[in-house]
Design a protein around this ligand. Structure first.
Ligand SMILES: C[S@@+](CC[C@H](N)C(=O)[O-])C[C@H]1O[C@@H](n2cnc3c(N)ncnc32)[C@H](O)[C@@H]1O
Length: 299
């Protein structure tokens, strides 16, 4: 059952899709080729017993119809990484380069860190941070399994990470969130969702974004993302950033995926017009998890 307050939000944001939010969908499984270990061509040849289909918006991503995709030698060798197809987008938007110093502020279990390491050809440096020691075990395991050699792992509260006094060219803040956008395939999200938690997360997200801003080089880029559909965790955080920090939003160009403009008004709140540059991914437009993604540059 969708909580009443969340229902009201969905009816405002995605009125035409509301009925679909009431039904659980089995999303197609998807994976990303780990180009640190194998080429796309070679992996696809080796996985010829899978029914696979290219993910149109991610060069190294594939949908797969088979259920048991963890049951292969190639999976154990780290040749591919199982990841939701929308979750592959924030690193593509950040576009980290081989010579850059990159912070993955909330990195565990490492889906996006491993993707960024591959985009950087294991060059440059990624600081992969997470506050949660238990989740760091998964992060370290995934980095090792994928052959990532350009990352160091830290266990800090992202709100104070600027005290390290290191400044970065690019920062990914894939923020802790209510995960309400994952409700398409995970009904349990509804039972743990409540407005108090959303408000608390919104405060944390603003603090994390402010800390990211403080350790970003001038001209540097932050990509802020959540898998939440709640405006308090999305547009409201970006509104805070553009009004209080020297950050400007930039347009995001994504091909072959349906995105929607983010909101400039929600209930009685009006957000800065530049928040419109952020994109929303409605889970039912592309049958993915729901996402919110914003690109910000320090000036
Ligand atoms: C959405 S998950 C990140 C998923 C990850 N980026 C990936 O793609 O695999 C959010 C992460 O934020 C971490 N986190 C929560 N509060 C934090 C804080 N104050 N500082 C650093 N990490 C935090 C959580 O432990 C969790 O692992």
């Amino acid at each position: 059952m969708i909580p009443k307050l969340l229902e009201a939000k969905i009816r405002t944001i995605y009125p035409e899709s509301f009925d679909k939010f009431n039904t659980i969908v089995k999303l197609k499984k998807s994976f990303r080729v780990n180009t640190l270990k194998i080429s796309k061509k070679e992996l696809i040849e080796r996985l010829n017993f899978f029914e696979i289909e290219k993910i149109p918006w991610c060069d190294h991503g594939f949908f797969v119809s088979n259920e048991n995709i963890t049951n292969t030698i190639e999976y154990f060798l780290g040749y591919y990484y199982i990841q939701d197809s929308a979750s592959m987008i924030p690193p593509i938007v950040l576009d980290p380069k081989e010579n850059e110093l990159v912070l993955d502020m909330t990195a565990s279990p490492g889906s996006k860190t491993t993707q960024m390491a591959a985009l950087m050809n294991n060059k440059g440096l990624i600081v992969a941070n997470d506050i949660n020691m238990k989740r760091l075990t998964a992060l370290r395991f995934n980095l090792q399994k994928c052959g990532v050699a350009n990352a160091i792992v830290t266990n800090l509260d992202g709100r104070w990470i600027h005290n390290m006094q290191v400044s970065f060219d690019k920062i990914l803040l894939d923020a802790p969130c209510s995960s309400s956008g994952t409700c398409i395939s995970n009904p349990n999200v509804f039972s743990s969702w409540n407005q108090g938690k959303v408000n608390q997360l919104s405060r944390l997200q603003k603090q994390l974004l402010e800390s990211a801003y403080k350790c970003l080089n001038e001209g540097g880029v932050i990509v802020y993302s959540t898998c939440s559909i709640d405006p308090e965790e999305n547009e409201e955080v970006i509104d805070f950033a553009v009004k209080n920090l020297n950050l400007k939003t930039e347009k995001i160009k994504l091909n072959h995926i349906k995105t929607r403009d983010s909101l400039t008004v929600f209930e009685k709140r009006e957000y800065d017009s530049s928040v419109k540059n952020a994109v929303r991914i409605n889970p039912f437009d592309n049958m993915t998890e729901g996402f919110f993604i914003c690109k910000l540059r320090k000036y």
